[in-house]
Write a new protein. Structure first.
Length: 343
């Protein structure tokens, strides 16, 4: 008996050590990518020059490039990566399906429709378009959740309704692009592709506040999220208020997702990739929330650096994450089909 207990304790310590090491390495890699974004550009500055610019001791080109262009871009990528990664992982874990991410469920598309309508049809300011994106994302998830309720909550029904909403909203975006004025099309297309270009520090405050509030909520509910993964009946038998927990998780995730989308546009596949990658790295036994956020940060920052400096033409970050995510989606579908998950 004592030997079995000791074996369980050793296994738990091993899993905890792995969780700490993986998170430490992910955080270290994120710091390296963040520093690289501050150093790299049309003009490459040394680390002492970057530090001087951040501390206010530099002037001229270095001060402008670092504080006005590169720092807001890096912070936007950092916050968006955390938001997309944690929100995607929350939906995938809660709905027990790696395909149940905000991109496929139509949440980010809801934000996109509202923003594109403001840009092309109403021709409003960027602030109004961002606010509309938040409202659009929240509206999409409310409609999806309400239609999936029925007498009891159904995960399969929610996913199917979400896919239907996503297809309908994608058609609406295509219609708006055809009807919009030519002078506004480049702005709308750049926003839809997902981009960190033009990020400004004074516009990142709402996203930063939302991330600081919602991430701790999701982390605290991480244990309940793992219980929800066992299924509706099992979670209820363990005394969990499934409706309340699910609503809190959805509100927190959608708030982060909508704010991030309003700032950077729908950066494709980050919400889809972060959770499964983090789960592979960390393994089972501990919450996947923080690792998913860190993976999201590394995906966004890494993809932006690739898009900016790996090719002769500069690509928005969403183009690069789309290229990375599409093969992974095909791999996941093939893997699920072999296991019978799609039958």
């Amino acid at each position: 008996m004592n030997e079995a207990i000791e074996k369980i304790k050793r296994g738990r310590r091993k899993r905890r050590r792995r969780w700490i090491i993986v998170n430490g390495l992910l955080a270290l890699f994120a710091v390296v990518l963040s520093g690289t974004m501050l150093v790299m550009g049309n003009t490459v500055y040394s680390i002492p020059e970057v530090i001087a610019a951040l501390s206010g001791d530099a002037s001229g080109g270095a001060d402008f490039a670092v504080n006005t262009i590169r720092l807001p871009r890096m912070v936007a990528g950092l916050l968006a990566g955390i938001a997309f990664g944690i929100a995607g992982n929350t939906f995938q874990t809660m709905l027990r399906n790696p395909l149940a991410n905000p991109d496929i469920l139509g949440i980010t598309t809801g934000s996109s429709v509202a923003a594109v309508y403001c840009i092309l049809i109403l021709q409003t300011s960027e602030g109004t378009a961002s606010a509309a994106a938040i409202i659009g994302g929240l509206t999409a998830v409310v409609v999806m959740y309400a239609l999936s309720r029925g007498r009891t909550f159904s995960i399969g029904r929610l996913i199917l309704i979400g896919i239907g909403i996503q297809a309908m909203l994608s058609s609406a975006i295509s219609y708006l692009l055809m009807k919009g004025g030519r002078q506004d099309l480049p702005t709308a297309i750049q926003w839809l592709s997902g981009s960190l270009n033009g990020s400004q520090m004074d516009k990142l405050g709402p996203l930063a506040i939302t991330v600081l509030i919602c991430v701790p909520v999701v982390v605290v509910l991480g244990k309940h999220l793992s219980i929800l993964e066992l299924g509706e009946q099992s979670a209820a038998s363990l005394g969990l208020n499934t409706d309340r927990t699910r609503i809190l998780l959805i509100i927190s995730s959608v708030a982060m997702l909508a704010l991030a989308t309003s700032v950077t546009g729908p950066i494709s596949f980050v919400a889809f990739l972060a959770g499964p990658i983090a789960k592979r790295l960390v393994g089972v036994g501990y919450s996947n929330v923080i690792p998913a956020g860190l993976v999201g940060v590394n995906l966004v920052l890494g993809a932006d650096l690739i898009g900016q400096f790996a090719f002769d033409v500069r690509f928005p970050v969403g183009i690069i994450t789309g290229i990375l995510g599409a093969p992974f989606l095909l791999y996941l579908l093939i893997r699920m089909n072999r296991k019978g998950s799609l039958s």
